[in-house]
Design a protein around this ligand. Structure first.
Ligand code: ADP
Length: 355
């Protein structure tokens, strides 16, 4: 039946530093759910919210308690918890989860000011994305699933250069300086949240090219927590085994430096996890089907769904490597989680009448 009645909202947290691929990830996620998300119609053009049939994505920058001037006066960055209103964040996420609409503030990224609020209705799936979705324990406890995008400094630097230097005309020195200036607060308040994440996508420089410092070829790890309800980690060949796989051969075209997969159990912040790793990049995206056919527990609805999604969005950044592949897989796992929770809720009253 319909699952829009109150109290059925599931809440997903997505944490990452800015410029680390959150919006790309959101586009992949909403695509898996079958519809592109767009800003609220007729509202503030500077709204940070994205809405599709099933999903509403809210940006946690909207809970800044200090605007740009306020932060400057007090000498705190946007990463600092003192610049953010966690009480309001908690109240509103809780309300939406309970099926109650809220008047959410809007942080205007253009002016740096707080604009008049916008009405947010409870969706089927609420994604809260930003710097601090897992910082406050009350908010964290509301999350049905959480993801942390962990971009290593080398790669972050390479991406910022591409965006801020190539597209915005900043200098190399100023990019370096801005990353350095953010680092203390990033290390203190953002990075520690990864210990709480159910899934972490870690992006590192390749190990296939000795002393690579271009940051073009990436080694990407999907770290999946064991024992999370409604979430069965993906595996390669044989669940729980430790595997190294170089699929280049007759079925997969690999030019230098090739592709290498790894899979196995590990520990992460003293949690048991499964880790799937891909180093290198695909030459031909349609050949991804060969890799997909060797993965299990991927929560696809038909053979080749991952490859289809990746081909559909071949123009998104990271589509030829592990970032795009693992973002797509996490999207499928979230759809599966949502469907399991919905099915469970639908059958619960039935169980009660039986008893
Ligand atoms: P955010 O929403 O976190 O600010 P975006 O998804 O807008 O991040 O990405 C910011 C920029 O980072 C992109 O324009 C692109 O240059 C770079 N980027 C993001 N994801 C990737 C990726 N997987 N591979 C290469 N570059 C990427």
């Amino acid at each position: 039946g319909e699952i829009t009645c109150s109290g059925d909202t599931i809440v997903i947290g997505l944490a990452a530093d800015s410029g680390c691929g959150k919006s790309t990830f959101m586009r992949r996620l909403t695509s898996v759910f079958g519809g592109a998300a767009s800003p609220p119609k007729g509202g503030n053009p500077d709204s940070n919210t994205l809405i599709s049939d099933t999903t509403t994505v809210i940006c946690l920058d909207d809970y800044h308690s200090l605007d740009r001037t306020g932060r400057k006066e007090k000498g705190v960055t946007a990463l600092d918890p003192r610049a953010n209103d966690f009480d309001l964040m908690y109240e509103q996420v809780k309300a939406l989860k309970d099926g109650v609409a809220v008047e959410k503030p809007i942080y205007n990224h253009v002016s740096g000011l707080l604009d008049p609020p916008e009405l947010i209705k409870p969706p089927k799936i609420l994604v809260i994305e930003g710097l601090h979705p897992m910082y406050d324990q009350r908010v964290r406890d509301l999350l049905d699933f959480s993801i942390y995008l962990d971009i290593s400094n080398e790669v972050k630097f390479a991406w910022k250069i591409q965006r801020d230097m190539a597209e915005r005309g900043h200098s190399l020195e100023s990019i370096k300086a801005s990353i350095e200036a953010r680092k203390p607060d990033f290390d203190a308040y953002i990075d520690p949240q990864k210990q709480y994440a159910d899934a972490v996508i870690e992006v590192l420089p390749t190990q296939l090219i000795p002393d690579d410092n271009e940051g073009k070829v990436l080694r990407v790890k999907l770290i999946m927590k064991e024992g999370v309800k409604y979430f069965n980690p993906v595996y390669l060949f044989d669940e729980g085994s430790t595997i190294s796989w170089i699929p280049c051969g007759r079925k997969l075209t690999c030019s230098y430096p090739g592709i290498k997969f790894a899979y196995g159990p590990d520990a992460y912040f003293s949690h048991e996890v499964s880790v799937l790793e891909m180093d290198g990049q695909f030459d031909r995206l349609d050949e991804l089907i060969y890799v997909e056919s060797h993965l299990s527990n991927i929560s696809t609805k038909f053979y080749g769904e991952i490859t289809q999604q990746m081909l559909k969005h071949a123009d998104f950044p990271g589509s030829n490597n592990g970032t795009g592949l693992f973002q797509t897989i996490v999207g499928l796992k979230i759809r599966d989680l949502f469907e399991q929770i919905a099915a469970n809720k639908a059958s619960a009253p039935l169980e009660a009448t039986k008893a």
